[in-house]
Design a protein. Structure first.
Lengths: 231, 231, 231, 231
DNA sequence: GATGAATGAGGATTCATTCAT
DNA sequence: TATGAATGAATCCTCATTCAT
């Protein structure tokens, strides 16, 4: 019984060690060279194994990225819990932003490969499955938050705002990850301020009240450029 | 004198035709494949010349990107004039943003290769000379504007805000260029709104008065997250 | 004794199951891809075992082919009995041809891998041991038949005729195996007619008489095997 | 004028030399290893050039085979003229067979790669474009001859006979090419005898008369082609 | 200038085979 | 015995770059 249980596991043990070895190597290489310029051979070399070994676990580069993305998402969840939750959605805007951004910032600084995957390859049309999935997942998270917080937004509006917010977030994250120390803190602060001021006119700044509407906002100057909030 | 003058000119005439041929081809290929995945052979093929010819004008791939960047900057200036001017700096913030963003949006939609170059390769550390130059140029533009508009900002603050603004701008531009029709217009609107609300606390919304200070702003809610404006 | 006897037997039992599993897989893969393009990994995969297991029973790809050839020969004998017999040799030519061709056709249609092995790899000089063995076996069969039927043929003549007959047979078998239904029947008929007319002048058409000479020629039966000439 | 003529040619000169060098190398490698087992690297090595050079002239292995096939067909035509002609079709059968077989035998002995291409890869379903084309061309030749010689044959009959004849022809050619000296001559004789006797009932042995019908059968000439039967 | 041939290292991927478990 | 991990050379093919013409 235990034998039937363990035997397969033991075999997988080496394999799984190799897999994480390879994923770690991939993370490192993706960070150093970017996705496009990373080669499977380079990853294998970094992992200290032969190219053939890599291909025993992954059918191609894309699959490595997919798996790495999945692992990182899982790791982030394990470390910081789910961030796109209904509870978070109902927080005052500044706290909501903290609740999303802080874990992301922390995790991406510790695992810069995550950002590399989120950003994807530098070619417009050449999006990869993995990047797509990741992008969709995160975008859905943002969009869901918006829906919970401000149900009056139309789908189009919501998508627009979510895409913008996510794009801004990624771009700022890039600056954050690439800097260090005080500079990094400063960038993180800027990112939050930016998101706060961008989103305030759409979703209000206060906590969401019982009836599901966000508290009224005082950002009068923005309205002329903002989408109608539907209120 | 006339000999030394004219022969080179003729040669340069042919040469420059070749060069723009090649640059146009490069623009097209960079857009299709991204910088990293673009090959010199592909560019030469697209330009209808032999690889050898390409290397008669450019010592390597990087140089093509550098030159292309330069040309595009020049073209944009020819089409839209200088945008980072003192006059613009003194406009009311919304007009200032229009004055910068509109030409960029228009030009990048017409020349999507520009954005590809601005974004650079997908590798964090692997920044290329060309991308660096372009980045520095544009960042200086933004930074200069900030300096003119709000001289009280410290260098550090100015750099921070400029980097953030530029990063946001690039990210939004990406969304804009990749969309079409109404969607594109909507993204452009969002970008402007976003920049407006982000910058207002730092540089004020009104026109700059004679004494070089921006008009006072009323964006109270933002201050807690914003850098001190130096006022 | 019982230990030394039975354990190996049990082991062999499992082993032989594995072996036929592998051989069946090999047959399938050889058919799909041809001998040259077939890989041991592919065979193992098809058999549902690991590559290591395959190499526990066969030292290399060649050995698989050899064994498969042997098994198929044995299977064909089990299904159709020996065909290269003295009795057959003495039959009237058309019946002799039937006696040889029918089992081969039937068996090869059911086990197309057999033909793949008979044909061998597509390289002229690269004949494999397995193909050689099979080739020699079958050629000996034909040659033996000729010797029995027409002892007056010199060795050289006999070899020549045997090689030719066998080559024709293989080529026709290929057409037969690759076709279906009526077409297959038609090809089989053509093959027999072809062999009949080719061999008749050498070995006579009638049954072999007691004194070992074939009956004089007078290829009456041939027409019945030919397509109507339309005249 | 001559300059404008020669310049492009001179450039191509090196290239065309390379191309025939490569084709020759390919012929040699295909013969040694068979089509399937031949690698582009091996061909390049044999030609004494780098792999990259090969790919400047041929996009892949298949293309090499196609080109080589084309060249060989052309060369055979140049050396022996067209063989599938109406005049040949009307000859007495033995002369017709001579007219077809002799050039083929001679050419294939001199250029054994031709046969390698005609035979194609050893995989049943994996037929290559080049082999297909070659096969179709030659089969059409045979079929055309049959149509001219015996118009009363139905399409189905004609195809059947053509396929059979061609298959037999290929198989015999293989024996011929692989043997030498007297043996080769003997095989060639056998092949002709075999074809003669196979085809006689379908297309008659005599010359085709004015009204388009073949002379009545009465295969007198056949015996002269057969080995002495030892009777 | 322009060409296109040439290179050889490097890209992804597969293969026959061996080894540790 | 059976597994699956491991290997490294070999597969096809591309790339940035150079060179002879």
């Amino acid at each position: 019984m235990s034998e039937a249980d363990e035997r397969p596991r033991r075999r997988q043990a080496r394999g799984e060690r190799r897999i994480s070895q390879l994923l770690q190597a991939a993370a490192s290489v993706f960070c150093k060279l970017g996705y496009t310029a990373s080669s499977t051979n380079a990853i294998a070399r970094e992992a200290g194994v032969s190219p053939g070994t890599l291909y025993q676990f992954f059918p191609n580069k894309e699959a490595i990225a997919v798996e790495l993305g999945g692992q990182l998402v899982k790791q982030m969840e394990e470390a910081h819990g789910r961030v796109f939750t209904a509870e978070n959605a109902r927080l005052p805007l500044d706290q909501l932003i903290d609740a999303i951004a802080d874990p992301f910032v922390e995790f991406n600084c510790a695992n810069p490969a995550f950002l590399a995957l989120i950003k994807g390859p530098d070619a417009p049309g050449r999006v990869t499955e993995e990047h797509d999935t990741l992008h969709a997942t995160l975008l859905d998270g943002v969009s869901g938050l918006l829906a919970l917080r401000q149900p009056s937004l139309s789908t189009v509006e919501r998508t627009l705002i979510a895409e913008m917010s996510f794009a801004m977030f990624k771009a700022a994250l890039d600056l954050i990850v690439q800097s260090e120390g005080e500079e990094r803190t400063a960038y993180a602060g800027e990112m939050k301020g930016m998101l706060y001021r961008y989103l305030a006119p759409y979703v209000g700044t206060g906590p969401v009240t019982v009836d599901g509407t966000a508290a009224p906002v005082g950002a009068a100057g923005a309205t002329s450029r903002a989408l109608p909030t539907g209120s």
